[in-house]
Ligand binder design. Structure first.
Ligand SMILES: Cc1ncc(COP(=O)(O)O)c(C=O)c1O
Length: 336
């Protein structure tokens, strides 16, 4: 394999280019071989470094935010409301993207007021308006967001609502576009991987990659590893979001049943798993790349297990999704 490929980003095909996009990502992100990890696992591994997207400490969510922030501006909104858990990479990157475009961010978190560490430390330092629902149930965020929307409207503001994780057809366009970028990098490397692996949470990233694989006629399967929601729910969400994103991107290619692997959540969402931590240590020790405990580590644990079981053939791409701030947060984040 050649060295990392970092040529200029390719032009957007067809109707992808017709969607306005705020500039947030330093694209293309590197795609590089992982030689020592490849030797350990017995198959060639390429790392797609979306932990290096550029804003804040990087991460996958910035790609969808490029379309979401552009849509907010087009609609004349002056503030944004979203939510998730206290260690959410999504809310942190959303707050930064908003500030960059002089939009006021408002964040709703489930649970009680959280310790000032990881992403919450960064929110407090930035002065983000963060509200807690007082309810550990993740869906309490949806009710909380509706209340903040009403409050802002009553103040005469023009708020823009983005669901948890930014998992909307428009947000998924970020990874449709990333697929075009990846296709150009693979061509330059002369690689035809058989699979692209990633962690699947709110499902927006996998949806975009599934639609993008159809758009670019990719040689690889997109393999999501469920780290948060039940696998049946992931498959249905990915299928419907991917179909909607494909329509927005102007491809008529059929979206089949998405591949989402079960069995890697471990003790629970946001709680490190022993297999995940072992896999993350392997990647840090062989390639010098940190994987976050909630997403990347658990997805890598699945890839490691499949390779060691001899079920993987040919080059594999692994999407490093970011989450660096959570390496510095208690049990929901970093290495034990
Ligand atoms: C670091 C990281 N990787 C992967 C994911 C999963 O992406 P999605 O929610 O689009 O499924 C997330 C989601 O927050 C994330 O923060």
């Amino acid at each position: 394999m050649n060295a990392a490929v970092n040529a200029a980003a390719p032009p957007d095909p067809g109707s992808l280019a017709s969607h306005p996009r705020a500039s947030l990502v330093l694209a293309p992100t590197p795609l590089h071989p992982a030689p020592r990890l490849s030797r350990e696992l017995g198959v060639p591994i390429l790392l797609k470094r979306d932990d290096l997207t550029g804003l804040g400490l990087g991460g996958n969510k910035l790609r969808g935010l490029e379309y979401i922030i552009a849509d907010l501006r087009r609609n004349g909104c002056d503030c944004l409301v979203t939510g998730a858990g206290p260690q959410s990479n999504w809310t942190m990157l959303t707050a930064l993207a908003c500030l960059r475009y002089q939009v006021e961010p408002h964040v709703v978190c489930y649970g009680e007021g959280a310790a000032s560490e990881g992403n919450m430390r960064l929110h407090r330092w930035l002065g983000t308006d963060v509200r807690f629902t007082g309810d550990p149930d993740r869906s309490s965020v949806d009710v909380g967001m509706a209340a903040v929307m009403a409050e802002l409207r009553a103040q005469g503001k023009r708020p823009y609502l983005v669901p948890r994780g930014g998992a909307t057809p428009l947000g998924a366009l970020g990874y449709v576009r990333a697929s075009v970028e990846l296709a150009a990098q693979l061509t330059a490397l002369g690689e035809r991987p058989s699979a692209l692996w990633l962690a699947t949470g709110s499902c927006g990233t996998q949806s975009g990659l599934v639609a993008g694989a159809a758009l670019t006629d990719a040689p690889y399967r997109v393999v999501g590893v469920a780290v948060s929601r039940p696998v049946a729910q992931c498959r249905e969400r990915v299928r419907s979001l991917a179909a909607a994103a494909a329509a927005l991107a102007g491809t008529a290619a059929a979206i089949g049943q998405p591949e989402v692997l079960d069995g890697w959540i471990g003790p629970g969402y946001g709680v490190p798993s022993p297999e995940g931590q072992q896999a993350a240590r392997l990647v840090a020790a062989t390639e010098g790349v940190f994987l976050d405990a909630t997403f990347g580590a658990k997805a890598m644990a699945a890839l490691v297990a499949e390779c060691r079981a001899g079920r993987v053939r040919g080059t594999q791409v692994f999407l490093v999704g970011g989450g660096a701030p959570t390496l510095f947060a208690g049990s929901g984040g970093g290495p034990p």
